[in-house]
Design a protein around this ligand. Structure first.
Ligand SMILES: Cc1cc2nc3c(=O)[nH]c(=O)nc-3n(C[C@H](O)[C@H](O)[C@H](O)COP(=O)(O)OP(=O)(O)OC[C@H]3O[C@@H](n4cnc5c(N)ncnc54)[C@H](O)[C@@H]3O)c2cc1C
Ligand code: FES
Length: 291
């Protein structure tokens, strides 16, 4: 039985019930696109930095004093977890406040929370990653792991959909990945620029360009709701089994630890049971907005 949950690392927080954040300092900022930046952070207490571990797909709650908290995935390499990267699209109160911070200033963090991409149980299989926009951020730690242990997997393929070429995040890295012979990367845009020569259209259209071995493929999907739904249904129609399609879902979060009910998803909590779910485990809820 394949599960989305491997052994989860301990949660780092300022108290026993994981509700109070600890300080992390921004040590660098990289502007990824017009509204998105990656922030490298180090815990102010080096002992916490040494203890902190996360699994690909997990998230932290990021706290801005006097503003609020938001769930943000870790986008860095799990092998280097004392220096964390969070890639943030500035869309609302907390994320706009992060945008205004300078290098050297601090945020509060607690985590890591949630389930992870099931890299262990998918060993030996082809891995198809489907990312839409900022959805590539929670997939990047999985990509690092897959490339580090490349011989333990079959084909590794990334299908990446973005609005326009200017919206590509992790641009240099994506270009490096495209150079590799053991990693197939296909990118599509909704709005091409004059010099764009690649595919145009929704990310699921890229499926026509890859061979899917339905018996031996696991799929990891992360993007906007509509894309998640379309991608999951496309793979089902390619006969990929429901328990081999994994989707990272978004809900508004408050506590992050299954206590407040804010992220309720039918009988499940996205913060605790997700954000990574197998399609089989959410089949009846999938695509319904008000559950
Ligand atoms: C598990 C998980 C992982 C995530 N990982 C990331 C990540 O890695 N990077 C990232 O950037 N985001 C991530 N998110 C999304 C992020 O948590 C949300 O976008 C969060 O709401 C941002 O907080 P905020 O206070 O900045 O925005 P909010 O103020 O909560 O606003 C969020 C959205 O709501 C809209 N909005 C705000 N107020 C109103 C209103 N009054 N009426 C109508 N619409 C409104 C905003 O325009 C915006 O689109 C993740 C979410 C989850 C659940
Ligand atoms: S955020 Fe409180 S239960 Fe999930």
């Amino acid at each position: 039985m394949i599960t989305a949950i491997d052994q989860r690392p301990d949660v780092v927080s300022g108290d026993a019930n994981a509700m109070s954040p600890v300080w992390a300092r921004i040590v660098s900022r990289c502007q990824e696109s017009s509204n998105t930046a990656s922030y490298t952070m180090k815990f102010v207490d080096p002992e916490i930095g040494r203890r902190y571990r996360f699994l690909p797909g997990q998230f932290n709650m990021m706290y801005l004093f006097g503003v609020g908290e938001a769930a943000i995935s870790v986008s860095s390499d799990p092998a280097n977890s004392d220096s964390l990267v969070h890639t943030i699209r500035h869309v609302g109160s907390v994320t706009f406040a992060v945008d205004r911070l300078k290098v050297g200033q601090c945020v509060g963090l607690r985590g890591p929370f949630g389930s992870n991409w099931p890299l262990e149980s998918c060993k030996g299989r082809d891995i198809l990653l489907v990312a839409g926009g900022i959805g590539i951020a929670p997939l990047r730690p999985a990509i690092y792991q897959l490339l580090k242990n490349r011989d333990q997997y079959g084909r590794v393929i990334l299908l990446y959909g973005i609005r326009s070429p200017q919206d590509m995040i992790f641009k240099e890295e994506v270009e490096e990945w495209m150079e590799r012979r053991d990693f197939q990367v296909l990118i599509t845009v909704d709005y091409p620029s004059e010099n764009w020569t690649g595919p145009v259209g929704v990310v699921t259209k890229l499926l026509r360009r890859v061979r899917v071995d339905s018996r031996n493929t696991s799929v990891f999907v992360c993007g906007p709701r509509v894309m998640n739904r379309a991608a999951a249904h496309s793979f089902l129609s390619h006969y990929v089994p429901e328990d081999q399609i994994f989707v990272s879902l978004e809900r508004n979060m408050r506590c992050g630890i299954g206590q407040c009910g804010h992220c309720q998803y039918g009988p499940k909590f996205v913060c605790k049971d997700g954000p990574v779910f197998s399609y089989a485990s959410v089949r009846n809820l999938f695509g319904k907005d008000e559950v």
